[in-house]
Design a protein around this ligand. Structure first.
Ligand code: ADP
Ligand code: ZN
Ligand code: MG
Length: 479
């Protein structure tokens, strides 16, 4: 049977406020364990939460940027469960009345644009962190609890099950991350857990409407893992369905060492959270004036920036979408174009070479040794004939590895183009002597072989020979 994947995401984003959502403790990452705690976030008896206004502003920014309706009167609820990293025995969250509802995010896959619905965005507090010692490293492996993260503000964004492939899943997450980062409300760092994603996936026979039973893949923290886990899960569910079996609704975890998803807990064991409105917090009322004020303060968002790049620089939608994948990357592009105004060429070099060097990881742009000045200068040196296009790639690679400007790198590595006729003639003479058969064929009329000879001379000069000059000299010599 042919199946179609149906995918919906729940994304938790840590907000970049200086203090926690219901107390004045710092949110600093990397403090000593339990340093950033107080009676409120430790859940001691008798304390009361006080809502951080900045958190609400940030959630509204996220809602407006994703075309959501902002709920004028939302309600905090208690989600009850027991776990050592949850000191109160409940998490303050929002349930029936979340702060943002019914929006969408636009994604591009190939040349297609598509809208993915946002069901809701709600506010909640993060839990602490448990650290389990491996039983083998200590005589009695202990577990430790660090409550520095308990009470840090989160927004949870739930998508509609509108996603249909791993490619769309990654496109959605990247777009959502770019929006959050450009709003300045989340750093988007998936490895440090500032952005955590649960992927829900089910299959249905192609051409049918009814959704199948879903599995929830919890805490996916990298795009590569998401792609692998979805590929695995699509296969697993398809085999079960083909064999006439049913899918169990359950939470699964990706095991990257084994390359499989594993069952974590089944629906039967799923918690009854006993949600109810938190009596310690008033309903959250936001005024129209405040919303309008926030709306006016929004920066240029990724979609608008993409459209502007298409308009102002005549880029293809595909290139523009890649270049607006992160604030750092679009800035790199725009700064480079200021210095070297051929936008299409700059876009190609950034997409094909620069992104390859940083392995497509835009968070590495801030720390890389290549600057827009370096890229622009390198392209100017190609135009001036100082280096060839292929050597330019080597130059960027060397700058990436050890820094320095392109001119310094070219001098240091001896990469300047050889336009010295004597040196090239010597190389040509050697190659002609070493390939008598090919020379005979060329002389016999197979003129296409000129490419073969140019290639050999280029190889001999380590890509540094001036291609135009080599061509001319070869033709002279071969007659
Ligand atoms: P829960 O907390 O039970 O996981 P949520 O409503 O918070 O429920 O999230 C459910 C997520 O699963 C949403 O992103 C939704 O789009 C997605 N989803 C719901 N039904 C299906 C389905 N049959 N197949 C795939 N995804 C689904
Ligand atoms: Zn506190
Ligand atoms: Mg879920």
């Amino acid at each position: 049977m042919n199946y179609e994947p149906v995918i919906g995401l729940e994304v938790h984003a840590q907000l970049l406020t200086e203090t926690k959502i219901f107390c004045a403790c710092s949110t600093r990452f990397g403090s000593r364990p339990n340093e950033n705690t107080c009676p409120v976030c430790l859940g001691l008896p008798g304390v009361l939460p006080v809502l951080n206004k900045k958190v609400v502003e940030y959630a509204i920014r996220a809602g407006l940027a994703t075309h959501c309706a902002i709920t004028r009167k939302s309600v905090f609820a208690r989600k009850n469960y027991f776990y050592p990293d949850l000191p109160k025995g409940y998490q303050i969250s929002q349930y029936e009345l979340p702060i943002c509802q019914k929006g969408w995010i636009e994604i591009e896959v190939g040349t297609q644009k598509k809208r993915i619905g946002i069901t809701r965005i709600h506010l909640e507090e993060d839990a602490g962190k448990s650290l389990h010692e491996h039983p083998k490293t200590r005589q009695h492996g202990a577990s430790w609890v660090d409550l520095n993260r308990a009470g840090v503000a989160l927004i949870e964004t739930v998508s509609e099950p509108d996603i249909r492939s791993a490619e769309e899943t990654v496109a959605y997450l990247k777009k959502f991350r770019a929006i959050l980062v450009s709003l300045g409300i989340c750093d988007g760092n998936m490895e440090e857990g500032s952005l955590r994603c649960d992927v829900n996936i089910s299959l249905r026979p192609v051409g049918t409407e009814k959704f199948g039973t879903r599995a929830e893949l919890k805490n996916m923290n990298s795009f590569k893992h998401i792609e692998k886990a979805l590929a695995y899960e699509i296969n697993r569910q398809a085999s079960l369905l083909d064999a006439g079996k049913t899918i169990t609704q359950e939470t699964r975890l990706w095991n990257d060492d084994l390359g499989v998803t594993e069952s974590m807990r089944s629906k039967e064991e799923a918690f009854d959270y006993r949600y109810f409105p938190d009596p310690d917090l008033l309903p959250l009322v936001v005024s129209d004036t405040w919303i309008t004020e926030i709306e006016k303060s929004l920066p240029e968002l990724p979609d608008a920036m993409r459209d502007r790049l298409i308009r102002d620089y005549q880029l293809t939608p595909y290139d523009a979408a890649i270049l607006t994948g992160s604030r750092d990357l679009s800035r790199f592009f725009e700064q480079s174009v200021q210095l070297y105004p051929e936008a299409k060429k700059v876009a190609n070099w950034i997409i094909n070479e620069f992104l390859r060097l940083i392995e497509g990881d835009e968070s590495r742009i801030a720390g890389t040794k290549i600057t827009p000045q370096h890229l622009a200068k390198t392209l100017q040196l190609v135009d001036a004939g100082t280096i060839s296009g292929s050597v330019a790639k080597t130059v960027l690679q060397k700058i990436f590895e050890s820094g320095g400007g392109p001119e310094a790198v070219i001098a240091r590595e001896g990469l300047a183009q050889v336009s010295d006729t004597g040196a090239l003639e010597a190389a040509i003479a050697e190659i002609i002597a070493a390939n008598p058969d090919q020379v005979a064929k060329y002389k016999g009329g197979n003129e296409k072989l000129i490419g073969f000879f140019v290639g050999l001379v280029m190889k001999k000069t380590q890509g540094r020979g001036n291609p135009g000059l080599i061509n001319k000299l070869l033709k002279d010599k071969l007659g």
